[in-house]
Design a binder for this molecule. Structure first.
Ligand SMILES: *[C@@H]1O[C@H](CO)[C@@H](O)[C@H](O)[C@H]1NC(C)=O
Ligand SMILES: *[C@@H]1O[C@H](CO)[C@@H](O)[C@H](O)[C@H]1NC(C)=O
Ligand SMILES: *[C@@H]1O[C@H](CO)[C@@H](O)[C@H](O)[C@H]1NC(C)=O
Ligand SMILES: *[C@@H]1O[C@H](CO)[C@@H](O)[C@H](O)[C@H]1NC(C)=O
Ligand SMILES: *[C@@H]1O[C@H](CO)[C@@H](O)[C@H](O)[C@H]1NC(C)=O
Ligand SMILES: *[C@@H]1O[C@H](CO)[C@@H](O)[C@H](O)[C@H]1NC(C)=O
Ligand SMILES: *[C@@H]1O[C@H](CO)[C@@H](O)[C@H](O)[C@H]1NC(C)=O
Length: 639
């Protein structure tokens, strides 16, 4: 076809227009259409992601960007060979492993989504909107925070990140006959490789290209820096025929923002055994805060940050799993958790009892076996975040944490020592007191002792009222102590003296004072003549500390953990001389059988308010012996 010059010019300009429109459409895509498309397309895209990404976070991002990540991630996962399980950031993966085999995992750094929960990195992401767009075409992704901080590396495909591997053994093969097999099943072993040459780390792989970590009591924690893929092997050793064929069960998780499963094996106990009786025990945590800010304290008192597991030491079900949360959850005899696993044998709550009056969580057991040894294991279940607890336990955000086991034991079945807690007057008292199962329940027992102390205190208050407490300082009895101090010291002393701390008669610790040795036990038994003959025939041995205890409670032979001598010295130091308090000197008349010295190197050798079976928990006053002797000479032996 022949075109006229006019026609050909029209064709040319039409073609040019079409090209222009095309060019325009390419350069400036109509934004309304894209927005609508993206809103619809999003859920689908995120469903498809191999790395689960919080949709809320997705929406914060540049939407154009997302499909590239998922494509990238998919391509990596697509390469995963048969038998290798891909791991997702912060997602625990449960897995059975047959003895004698290795389970392989691979973890790819979540380059597009480091630490969704990490607020700081959110901020960084915001700040770098512009630079991210500029480098988007090059496939650049979010940089690790280290790189951002250094202000370099933008445009590099991947920066070094810390990778935290943690795992918990939930189950392991059990001895077929526990009475014959004294060994427990061996621990699992973790093998880690970051070398593409060693994608199947394990006992048979090249030892030079992998790190080996044996699980400790069913748990492992291992971290390192890397910028590439991480290959893991969890190896279950062969077990002998004396074990069941049950496989190991393990939960493995890799995280980029801290350990998901952690444990704490420092020497310092996190759980403190306060005292026990024949079927119960009282345990407390450390101070949950050092702050005395009333608002913070009130907030902490509303929480119950810990869970607790307890287990009879004779039973081996938790052996080798003591740092594994799921192992304890499945196998511990007693669980104080916040879910249906909780056993009715334990009550938990918050208390401020003890030196410093700071918040602590307490656990009160009942239904234990007498004369038995137990493990108590404190843990965090990761369900609540402990962010407001500005203490060492707050170092993790989610996931579980298991603390070192604390040993405790119950008393004998004589039942003449019983735990009392929550006394209204002697509010610092929480320990075993001389008791008799026939007397009544622990509420009644606590009331008996508490009301006795309260009435003695009322008499003291009358005496203190005679002292000119509110006089100008020149006329007061002391420049450093006032009547408030005196009253507090008296209460501490009185509660420890009026409410004796009871131990089994069979306890042979040298600092304990035998009491009521000539009386019958609650079940009618008496001490044999030989034992009796070995003890002096004095009231310090033949009676309880307080005659009313023998009249009303009739506990029978028991031993008393004597009050600490420093309670008496503090009283003498704090109160006016006119009240005529005095203390016996060690080795002097009236000391033996009435007071004991605090010796943290031996253990709990004497009783004081808030004391526990925790050597360093309670040293309160440091005594100045020079001063004491002056006071003692001045005072009379009335205390
Ligand atoms: C484990 O046991 C299997 C079968 O009994 C055996 O083939 C294998 O060599 C053993 N492995 C080791 C490391 O002993
Ligand atoms: C980055 O993007 C977010 C949401 O897309 C926006 O709220 C923020 O202001 C941007 N920051 C900068 C520095 O541009
Ligand atoms: C709690 O804090 C007080 C005061 O700092 C301290 O004396 C006490 O020993 C602490 N108690 C525990 C159980 O750590
Ligand atoms: C108490 O002892 C019995 C028999 O020895 C045992 O079966 C049980 O598990 C023990 N219970 C606790 C809570 O220790
Ligand atoms: C203890 O016994 C008294 C009656 O003597 C009863 O009212 C109270 O509920 C009992 N307390 C407990 C904890 O069982
Ligand atoms: C007594 O002294 C203490 C400090 O040792 C002080 O905190 C308290 O307010 C004083 N009490 C009275 C009634 O003066
Ligand atoms: C202990 O002393 C009391 C009186 O002081 C006496 O009645 C009793 O027989 C003595 N007991 C023994 C075993 O000597």
């Amino acid at each position: 076809m022949h075109l006229s010059p006019l026609q050909s010019r029209l064709v040319a300009s039409l073609a040019a227009s079409c090209l222009l429109i095309l060019l325009y459409l390419i350069l400036f895509p109509p934004s309304f259409a894209l927005a609508a498309e993206l809103n619809d397309a999003f859920p689908a895209v995120s469903d498809d992601l191999d790395f689960s990404i919080d949709p809320a976070v997705l929406n914060n991002r540049d939407p154009m960007y997302e499909p590239e990540f998922s494509a990238f991630d998919r391509s990596i996962t697509g390469r995963v060979p048969e038998g290798v399980t891909p791991l997702t950031d912060n997602e625990p993966l449960p897995m059975n492993i047959q003895p004698g085999s290795t389970q392989l995992f691979v973890f790819v750094l979540p380059s597009g989504s480091p630490g969704e929960e990490d607020g700081r990195r959110h901020e960084l992401r915001g700040e770098h909107n512009a630079s991210r767009e500029a480098t988007a075409g090059a496939g650049a992704t979010e940089q690790a925070k280290g790189t951002f901080e250094d202000g370099q590396g933008i445009g590099k495909r991947q920066a070094k990140q810390t990778v935290y591997i943690s795992a918990n053994t939930c189950d392991r093969p059990l001895p077929v006959d526990p009475s014959k097999t004294t060994q427990d099943a061996p621990q699992l072993t973790l093998f880690v490789s970051t070398s593409a040459e060693n994608q199947a780390p394990g006992p048979l792989a090249d030892q030079g290209s992998q790190d080996v970590v044996v699980f400790n009591e069913g748990a492992v924690m291992y971290s390192f820096n890397t910028d590439g893929e991480v290959y893991l092997g969890v190896y279950a050793p062969n077990v002998s025929d004396s074990f069941s064929t049950k496989p190991y069960n393990v939960q493995v998780v890799v995280s980029t923002d801290g350990y998901y499963f952690s444990y704490d094996d420092h020497d310092d106990a996190d759980l403190i055994w306060v005292d026990s009786d024949s079927q119960g025990a009282l345990l407390i945590t450390h101070n949950l805060t050092d702050s005395t800010d009333p608002k913070l304290e009130a907030e902490i008192m509303k929480t119950q940050p810990y869970v607790l597991f307890a287990h009879n030491k004779k039973d081996r079900a938790i052996n080798g799993l003591k740092y594994s949360y799921c192992g304890l959850y499945r196998h511990a005899q007693i669980a104080a958790t916040k879910d249906e696993r909780a056993t009715p044998l334990v009550r938990t709550g918050m208390t401020k009892r003890g030196p410093g009056n700071l918040p602590k969580q307490q656990f009160f057991f009942s239904g234990l076996n007498s004369s038995a040894e137990y493990f108590g294991i404190l843990a965090r279940d990761g369900l609540d975040d402990g962010d407001h607890l500005a203490t060492r336990q707050a170092a993790f955000k989610r996931g579980t944490r298991v603390f070192k086991a604390t040993s405790f034991r119950t008393k004998s079945n004589h039942g003449n020592c019983a735990l009392v807690i929550d006394l209204s007057f002697c509010d610092q008292i929480a320990y075993s007191v001389p008791s008799n199962p026939n007397f009544g329940n622990s509420t009644k027992l606590a009331d008996f002792y508490d009301s006795y102390a309260r009435s003695a205190y009322a008499n003291f208050e009358k005496s203190l009222a005679q002292v000119p407490c509110d006089a100008p300082s020149s006329q007061r009895y002391s420049l450093v102590r006032n009547c408030t101090d005196c009253a507090a010291a008296y209460k501490d002393w009185l509660c420890s003296v009026a409410i004796p701390r009871c131990e089994d008669f069979s306890n042979t610790a040298p600092y304990l004072q035998p009491r009521a040795v000539t009386q019958p036990f609650p079940n009618g038994e008496r001490l044999d003549a030989e034992t009796l003959a070995s003890m002096p025939n004095t009231t310090a041995f033949t009676a309880s500390r307080n005659p009313r205890i023998d009249e009303v409670i009739k506990p029978g032979p028991h031993k008393e953990l004597l009050p600490c001598d420093h309670l008496c010295y503090k009283l003498v130091q704090s109160c006016p001389a006119s009240l005529e308090f005095g203390c016996p000197l060690p080795r002097g008349i009236g000391f033996a059988g009435n007071y004991a010295k605090h010796d943290p190197s031996v253990g709990l050798t004497c009783n004081f308010p808030g004391s526990a079976h925790f050597p360093s928990a309670g040293e309160r006053a440091v005594l100045d012996w020079g001063l004491m002797i002056l006071v003692l000479v001045a005072g009379s032996l009335t205390v």
